[in-house]
Design a protein around this ligand. Structure first.
Ligand code: NAD
Length: 367
């Protein structure tokens, strides 16, 4: 009787919208080529789910992520003006994915200005100016707030002002700081740079900074430095190779992770993850690219590298490395590329080439 191969991991796969299904299929074939035993639980979200179930994020999709704890997700089209909550925001809130992780690494054969960039941005995902506490100009709530602020803070704010509140808590900061130190240790990162503007925003950014600094003694094998966000941005643009791990509150994190994407060659190449203590969702940084959907033009590398991050997360570092090295090999060779990198290959052809290479690399590292 033949030996029955037991499934080791279960992962929810959300193909998504636009180019999502094409690139997700490529990623799945690359990951399967590493021979890590994964049962894919395929679920829908986004426009595809809206058409089928009348919901952008059906309960069965959330249930699948809760059950498997890990998901690989394609991009989702956010319908404009429908009143639906963005799928990405819903996922973040429902699963408490408080850390956004975005590595930015210079890839071989991709022409960029700074050849030695290898850094990761860890962004707090739930608080700060993005928490969504807003008061519309001229509304009764804005007027009430103006009056309160006159009493509480002594400010007479203009009647035609709108307001967005910036909460940063010790609770929210502690967990992202802890996450960043643990990430640094596990991924052999030596230095964390905290970005802040604590001289101006003493009680929000100041709290973020002092909370991070209070962890310094507990994790003394990782260096912690602090930089004003404007100074940090300027250094990042001129000497990105000097940074290792950036730890940032939500808004700065959003902006600087896009700066980092630009530094290493653009959207089609950048992986990402949203992670909490219980669940993790891995996804490319790019959107659903409706302009090129269904034509085989999309670059699958961003989601393939997200898949490598996912493999590392589920405890398969050798397979993760094989996928990353396979991507490096195909890019360096330069023969099989999608049009965004100046080539003529299709999404499937790039996926197949990387899968073949990953299979060879894994065979060499297995006994
Ligand atoms: P986009 O990232 O989809 O596209 C921007 C440009 O980059 C387009 O010209 C596109 O063709 C190109 N591009 C993107 N990914 C590519 C790839 N893998 N290969 C080659 N070229 C690629 O951004 P957008 O046009 O602003 O947004 C389109 C939709 O995606 C919107 O509905 C938006 O809300 C959504 N979106 C979703 C996510 C997500 O699900 N995480 C992220 C960003 C945007």
């Amino acid at each position: 009787m033949g030996k029955v191969r037991r499934v080791k991991h279960r992962v929810t796969l959300i193909p998504g919208d636009g180019i999502g299904p094409e690139v997700a299929q490529a990623a799945r074939s690359v990951i399967d080529a590493t021979r890590v035993s994964i049962e894919w639980v395929v679920r829908q979200a986004g426009q595809t789910a809206l058409n089928e179930f009348g919901e952008l994020m059906p309960a069965q999709t959330l249930d699948a992520i809760r059950e498997t704890r890990v998901a690989l997700k394609g991009p989702i089209t956010t319908p404009v003006g429908t009143g639906f909550r963005s799928v990405n925001v819903a996922l973040r809130q429902e699963l408490d994915l408080f850390a956004a992780v975005r590595p930015a690494r210079a890839l071989p054969g991709v022409p960029i200005r700074h050849a030695h960039v290898d850094l990761v941005v860890i962004r707090e995902n739930t608080e700060d100016l993005y928490q969504g506490i807003e008061f519309e100009r001229g509304s009764p709530q804005a007027e009430a707030l103006r009056q309160k602020l006159r009493v509480l803070a002594g400010y007479d704010l203009r009647a035609d002002a709108g307001f967005t509140v910036k909460p940063i808590s010790v609770y929210g900061t502690k967990r992202i700081v802890r996450f960043a130190f643990e990430y640094a240790r596990t991924n052999r990162r030596r230095k964390i740079t905290v970005g802040h503007k604590s001289n101006v925003m003493r009680y929000s950014d100041g709290l973020f900074l002092s909370t991070a600094q209070s962890y310094r003694r507990e994790w003394d094998d990782v260096e912690l430095e602090a930089m004003q966000i404007d100074n940090l941005t300027s250094h990042l643009a001129s000497h990105p190779e000097n940074f290792d791990l950036l730890l940032l509150p939500n808004l700065y994190g959003d902006i600087l992770s896009d700066v980092c994407a630009g530094l290493v060659g653009g959207l089609g190449l950048i992986p990402g993850a949203n992670i909490g203590w219980e669940y993790a969702v891995f996804e490319p940084v790019h959107g659903s690219a409706p302009d090129i959907a269904g034509q085989g033009l999309a670059n699958p590398i961003a989601i393939i590298l997200s898949g490598a991050m996912m493999l590392r997360h589920i405890g398969e570092p050798a397979a993760a490395l094989a996928v990353e090295h396979a991507v490096d090999f195909i890019l360096e060779e330069g023969r099989i590329r999608t049009p965004d990198l100046g080539g003529q290959a299709t999404t499937t052809q790039v996926g197949e080439a990387i899968a073949e290479r990953a299979q060879v690399l894994v065979a060499h590292t297995r006994p």
